[in-house]
Design a protein around this ligand. Structure first.
Ligand SMILES: [Zn+2]
Length: 259
């Protein structure tokens, strides 16, 4: 190979390298813009949740809150008059599945207080001696609402409505799929059991409830929106190891408190 040719090749390589760096810079810039647009879109779609302070509520305050802000939503779901047709259809579908699995209708217990284990828990479902149980923790909703009020979150009524619908449908996903803990059982409930149950139930909730809300640009709880984003990032695949790790990271700290 002649020296000139080597020199030419060297120059060509340098030019390619320069172009490569330039192309990478453009790609990085496009990526940053893309990420910023997505972030802006996500910000529009969910509540900005400041760090949660836990407030105390009197029973009368919780009763009033339930009657004014939550009970009408529960009624809409029950009467299939929630503003989104797909959500009513989903509620209907899950009610039928629960009825055929347990041979019972679905009743919900309204708890005027926080969950004994963690004040962030909005709702839970389980089986007690084979009977279905769905509990709604009103204090946790009151707390969120109060914080949004103090921080001037304008769409707090809409977010609380959608959040209750997501919670109820998520718990119904647990029950309909049989991914629930039998409270009367002596068998220990391990973190693996919890992850198995949550990853299946959340996959259903993301795919059939949060996806619909996202399509209609409904404002939802930040943590629900994060869950939906993870679901998309994991390729909407309940079997994906990434989805398992994501659910494990969310539930492990809470699960430890149950022991
Ligand atoms: Zn769950």
């Amino acid at each position: 190979m002649s020296r000139n040719k080597r020199k030419e090749e060297g120059q060509e390589k340098a030019a390619k390298k320069k172009f490569g760096i330039f192309a990478k810079a453009i790609a990085a810039f496009v990526l940053v813009i893309f990420a910023a647009v997505i972030a802006a879109f996500l910000r529009q779609n969910h509540a900005q949740e400041p760090k949660l302070t836990i407030h105390r509520f009197e029973e009368t305050q919780m009763t009033e809150f339930w009657a004014k802000r939550l009970q009408p939503v529960a009624q809409q779901l029950n009467e299939r008059t929630f503003p989104l047709k797909e959500i009513n259809e989903r509620y209907d579908f899950l009610s039928v599945k629960i009825k055929s699995r347990y041979n019972t209708g679905l009743g919900a217990d309204v708890v005027l207080g926080y969950h004994p284990v963690h004040p962030y828990i909005l709702a839970e479902s389980c089986l007690v001696g084979g009977k279905t149980c769905l509990r709604i923790y009103v204090a946790a909703y009151c707390n969120l609402y109060k914080i949004w009020e103090e921080n001037g979150v304008a769409q707090r009524d809409e977010i609380i409505r959608n959040s209750l619908a997501v919670s109820v449908l998520h718990e119904m996903d647990h029950l309909a799929g049989g991914w629930v803990r039998e409270k009367a059982s002596d068998k220990p409930y391990t973190i693996d059991d919890a992850v198995e149950s949550e990853k299946r139930a959340w996959a259903e909730t993301c795919q059939h409830t949060l996806r619909v809300m996202a399509e209609y640009r409904y404002k939802v709880l930040g943590s629900d929106w994060e869950m939906y984003r993870h679901w998309e990032e994991c390729g909407r695949d309940a079997e994906s190891p990434a989805w398992d790790s994501c659910i494990r990271a969310i539930y492990a700290p809470v699960h430890n408190r149950f022991k």
